[in-house]
Design a protein around this ligand. Structure first.
Ligand code: B12
Length: 222
């Protein structure tokens, strides 16, 4: 099984879409858990690509090709994800914050929440703080989920929480944050209610958040 994850990782790292098509079919045919294929294969490949980009061994076109290959993998495997929609868990408004166009991780979190019974309103990328508030109010959201992959855009998460406090809306919503540069310690510092490094962990955190009226200590997922 490790071998197929390595092959997926390599195909994403080098943006090989045709290879991804074949590997996704192999995952489906062999009934391999699609989440494992995405996490242990695809995410690993993107991490390697990210490192290469940092070391000037890969450039923007490669970054884009890798992102596209990953999206293809996710699109092909999403219909095969196990779903548990026994009861409506709650409503989550999710988006990638202002200035940030990365949406692969955010989409994974949104999909996992949706297949696990949450009503998910996905605002897309480059979402400004007004939009998060407007949509949360309009959809009577329980949870607002913010994703950031850039150190520069992560600051808007902090600004968002401060703004909710100022507007007297903070206690109305549970806030969960995540994305590459976000560390759990920072999430705690800025007053978020939940944090997770993975999409599966995000579901657990959101379920836990729905059980509690008042969050006294941040809930950290895996
Ligand atoms: C693919 C990619 C791109 C693609 C994005 C395609 C797309 N549609 O998303 C493109 C080519 C567009 C891109 C552009 C840029 N990128 Co880029 N990109 C990446 C790369 C390689 C992978 C990101 C990814 O999708 N990872 C896989 C997903 C599944 O992981 P994830 O997003 O972290 O999500 C997981 C968790 O974090 C968590 N999660 C995510 N969101 C949330 C939200 C909540 C609420 C919760 C609970 C959890 C959670 O769950 C997810 C599932 O496991 C990363 C490197 C890396 N290792 O991350 C660089 C990286 C993020 N990019 C980087 C940079 C610098 C850029 C550019 C500025 C490059 C440039 N010079 O133009 C631009 C910025 C564009 C913009 N304004 O946003 C840097 C950021 C450095 C920093 N800390 O600020 C990185 C880290 C690369 C590097 N090592 O230098 N990029």
């Amino acid at each position: 099984m490790g071998d197929i994850f390595n092959r997926i990782s390599e195909a994403v790292r080098y943006g090989q879409r045709e290879e991804i098509e074949k590997l996704a079919d192999e995952v489906i045919a062999n009934k391999i858990n699609p989440i494992d294929a995405i996490q242990k294969g695809g995410v690993d490949g993107l991490n390697k690509l990210g490192e290469a980009f940092e070391n000037l061994e890969a450039f923007l076109p490669e970054l884009m090709a890798g992102g596209e290959a990953m999206k293809l993998l996710i699109n092909k495997l999403t219909p095969y994800m196990e779903s548990d929609k026994s009861a409506l868990e709650g409503t989550v408004v999710i988006g990638t914050v202002k200035g940030d166009l990365h949406d692969i991780g955010k989409n994974l979190v949104a999909t996992q929440l949706a297949v696990n019974g949450f009503n998910v309103i996905d605002l897309g990328v480059d979402v400004n703080n007004n939009k998060f508030v407007e949509e949360a109010e309009a959809n009577k959201a329980d949870i607002i989920a913010l994703s950031s992959l850039l150190t520069t855009s992560a600051y808007y998460i902090q600004e968002f929480i401060e703004r909710l406090e100022k507007d007297g809306l903070r206690s109305k919503y549970k806030i969960i944050v995540g994305g590459g540069p976000i560390e759990p310690e920072w999430a705690r510092e800025i007053g978020a209610d939940g944090y997770s490094r993975t999409a599966v962990g995000a579901v657990k955190v959101c379920k836990e958040l729905m059980k509690q009226d008042k969050i006294t200590e941040i809930i950290i997922g895996d």
